[in-house]
Write a protein that binds this ligand. Sequence first.
Ligand SMILES: Cc1ncc(COP(=O)(O)O)c(C=O)c1O
Length: 409
Amino acid sequence: MTAVLDARVCRPARIRALAPVVGADATAPITGSASPVTYANLDYAASAPALTAVADRLAGALAEYASVHRGAGHLSQVTTARYEQARETVRSFVGARADDTVVFTRNTTDSINLAASITPGDVVVLDIEHHANLLPWTRAGRARVVSSQPTIDDTIFALDAELAKAPAALLAVTAASNVTGEVLPIARLAGLAHRHGARILVDGAQLVPHRATSIASFGVDYLVFSGHKLYAPFGAGVLVGRSDWLDAAEPYLAGGGASATVGIDVAWHTGAARHEAGSPNVLGAVSIAAAAQALRAIGFERIGQHEEALVRRLDDGLAALPHVRPLRIFDDAYGRVGIASFVVDGYTPRQVAEHLSGGHGIGVRDGKFCAHPLLAKLGHSDGAVRASFGVGTGSDDVDRLLAALAELG
Ligand SMILES: Cc1ncc(COP(=O)(O)O)c(C=O)c1O
């Protein structure tokens, strides 16, 4: 679907949501009005609403819910099978290699902290990252932070120089910026890391819900993402990747499930169990798998086209508002997912967000998006406003945002 012009009225054609989400009919109060309006959720990059398909699948799993990996009872076996099937669904969804390990975690932050606990050496990162892909590495005293450049080509050049300076175990990069939505060339970055004898970890939190991802064909060693940004908001995340570092490291959590035998000495499991001590979040894992299947059924080509049409509509609309200034990192990004951050002349980000919410029932995020170094670099240490969307968004939501921003001019 593209934002084609409707020939009769010469305005962009309406774009409908691609898939039903839970809460699409939610309403929000408006200041000074007795009647609420339909809530326009433009905060998908923080936490996306659940797909209806995910909620339905979850209801089925709840009806047969029991313990995992513990019991001989029928429902325990059914639930255990669901949990392990979810692992295989995720493996296939992200195009992992047959011998990769799929670990269920709490979220992307948790996954990267796990990665930090297994990585045997220095880690090269960019200064555009979400704190989740900075702080675990700086805390471990392993981070070598490279300054991003105005173009992706020059940024790759800078990474190349850093990797050449001294050996690094890992290059850890985001696949899509949580501030601007700009997409990075993952296969090129993987090639770069490997040429220098390093591995690559990709923070897929903002890419995996929006574009087809293939670990094997991109040449990625580790991929991490969160369920709650993948329309599966039930507290689970994923780390997928090469088994050797995972099996060689100490378990991320010590406890039952991670241990094979316990006496004076402990023998730890290998594989996913090594890093999943304690009772797992079965429903979180099942909902990630359900979301993966639902998104695949819609098709990432359609999802990409839908988002690109909405991004174009939003960008065109913002370009007509001289008091609104969008944020960009690169002059040559490889496309954008459904995220746009901007500042509005004469208003703080919080004032803009309050105007959108209180005056129009539109939910956006304001602040520094857990990317303080990037916001400072872009000259917006006081923050910005971020609108973000996905399969449950239609052009009406975007048009409402544009009309509300026009009032601030
Ligand atoms: C690119 C990116 N990485 C990591 C995270 C952290 O995700 P979580 O809060 O689910 O751990 C986010 C969250 O906004 C993100 O956008």
